[in-house]
Design a protein around this ligand. Structure first.
Ligand code: CA
Length: 530
């Protein structure tokens, strides 16, 4: 057992309240109490509100206690104080579509067929947890970003952004066609989510997946938060000017640097798409004079990187502020209706994100900032308020968790494990101590080479393969928490290298990923075509 200790996990156990069985009984009593007398079928389980963000990273959330203290997120903190915060929820392929496909199917990319954002299309005939919940009597809804190309299946109601979506006045698609919604995308998704909640069939439990675009690139803030930081200087990460010395060329030869890849749209040197002339007046009032000063200064080198980093932090964090407000509105709505005690609330993201670490924005790498994604779960009767868990969990665990919650059998093909014992504060002795990772998309858009690896509490062994680079790297987070060195050729790590290579082989067998992926897994262009 361990409690909330100053915002940062420093224990080694999952804190929770009571036993898992007691919690299950509690949930059963709760749901039994809610079932209308006229309904002969017992409700299958509590409601699920799944608040899912895009590129939201732990460093931006005050409940995760990042050293830089970039932002206060009072509403997300409110959720964390009422539930369990997972310190190491790790993704299996750190980009948008693949993470979404993994959550829906409980399977790795090589099993669900969605490898990359470039040419993958989700096979919607697959078994997904929303379909199984729908069959079990749940009313299911999806609002916001989908990004799996094929239309959603398994939902009674859905309204999604086409592709990546845009921040201002976004077009949206539903089963009945396309409409343009007026407003800022995070507010629009929140409004539509609340609207569905208010009009749903109250005789059934619900699954509501409220899925935000924010804070995805190009990090366009809501107008109300322009200037939120009073032009203060945000602390830089220690590795903003990482020189990649002693590392694989796969790491140094990237195209996702604040120094080399940052566009005018990223820097808000031109306005975002969808903004109206009226909105543009407010937008220009903030960015205009600052952009004029930037152009007059004619910055270069490190000064230019520093300016871009500050602009990036203002914009990214302003987007997160709107997410935080959305979480507050959703929690308020559950309380106002009196269903907070019978609704499990999950907040997560499709991956983490670099906020300048290693000189980067974006994600993709097995490095900690993009590998680790936020996960906060408030499950009344199961999670101890303000508890934390440092066990390795992953997106493959979400579907088994939701199915177990709804008392639906987990299909044999799903590759994760239900989180309920951890949520109840009882980590099984055989809980995983390592996780398999496999990233594919290359060379577009950011020239991050395919890599597979094994992750443990302390180490990561990475293999960059299949391109002009064939390198291994061994990271030791205890010795080098910023992940700026590779110990793979250090004789002192020879035995560790052998052990981790054996573990990687074991995991590849376990997850059924022993052969090289099809060439299409990497995107449109096979290697060597550029
Ligand atoms: Ca994403």
């Amino acid at each position: 057992m361990a409690g909330h200790r100053g915002g940062r996990w420093n224990g080694e156990w999952c804190g929770g309240r009571g036993t898992f069985m007691a919690a299950l009984i509690g949930v059963a009593l709760l749901t039994a109490g809610r079932a209308p007398a006229a309904d002969p079928a017992p409700r299958p389980g509590p409601n699920i509100l799944f608040i899912f963000c895009d590129d939201l990273t732990c460093q931006a959330l005050s409940c995760y206690g990042d050293d830089r203290r970039l932002l206060q997120t009072p509403n997300i903190d409110r959720l964390a104080k009422a539930g369990m915060t997972f310190d190491r929820c790790l993704v299996t392929n750190s980009i948008c579509g693949p993470s979404r496909a993994t959550i829906l199917t409980g399977k790795y990319s090589h099993r669900n067929g969605f490898y990359n954002n470039t040419n993958s299309r989700f096979d919607s005939t697959q078994t997904t947890f929303p379909k199984l919940l729908q069959t079990a009597g749940y009313q299911t809804a999806l609002v916001g970003k989908w990004h799996l190309v094929s239309e959603p299946t398994g939902f009674d109601h859905w309204e999604i952004l086409p592709g990546q979506g845009i921040y201002y006045n976004p077009p949206m698609i539903s089963a009945s066609g396309k409409t343009t919604r007026r407003g800022y995308v995070t507010d629009v998704i929140t409004d539509l989510s609340l609207e569905w909640l208010a009009t749903r069939d109250r005789t059934k439990p619900f699954l509501l997946m409220s899925q935000h675009k924010a804070p995805h690139r190009e990090w366009a803030p809501p107008l109300r938060h322009l200037g939120w930081d009073g032009d203060r200087s945000h602390p830089e990460p220690a590795t903003l000017f990482d020189d990649y010395a002693g590392r694989s060329r796969a790491v140094s030869d990237h195209d996702m640097g604040i120094d080399r890849t940052f566009t005018e749209l990223d820097a808000k040197l031109r306005p975002p798409p969808g903004i109206t002339p009226e909105e543009l007046v407010t937008w220009n009032a903030y960015y205009g004079p600052r952009n004029d000063a930037f152009r007059a200064a004619n910055l270069s080198g490190r000064d230019l990187v520093r300016w871009r980093y500050q602009r990036y932090m203002h914009d990214y964090l302003a987007c997160v502020k709107a997410i935080d407000e959305s979480v507050g509105r959703m929690l308020d709505a559950l309380e106002a209706e009196g269903i907070a005690d019978e609704t499990v609330v999950i907040l997560s993201s499709d991956q983490g994100f670099f906020l300048g670490e290693h000189g980067w924005f974006d994600k993709r790498w097995i490095f900690e900032e993009s590998l680790r994604t936020p996960l906060i779960v408030r499950w009344p009767g199961l999670t101890e308020p303000g508890s934390q868990c440092d066990k390795i969990v992953s997106l493959i665990d979400f579907a088994p968790t939701f199915l177990t919650l709804a008392r639906v059998a987990v299909p044999a093909g799903m590759q994760g494990r239900a989180l309920q014992p951890l949520l109840a504060g009882h980590a099984p002795a055989d809980w995983r101590t390592s996780l398999y990772y496999h990233y594919y998309e290359y060379p577009v858009p950011h020239r991050v080479r395919p890599h597979r690896g094994v992750v443990t509490d302390r180490y990561k062994l990475v293999h960059y393969y299949g391109t002009d680079v064939d390198d291994w790297e061994l990271l030791d987070r205890e010795v080098d928490p910023l992940e700026t060195k590779s110990f793979h050729a250090d004789p002192a790590y020879a035995e560790r290298m052998r052990d981790l290579r054996a573990e990687l082989d074991r995991l590849r067998r376990e997850v059924g990923d022993e052969t090289d992926p099809p060439r299409t897994a990497f995107g449109d262009k096979p290697f060597g075509d550029r």
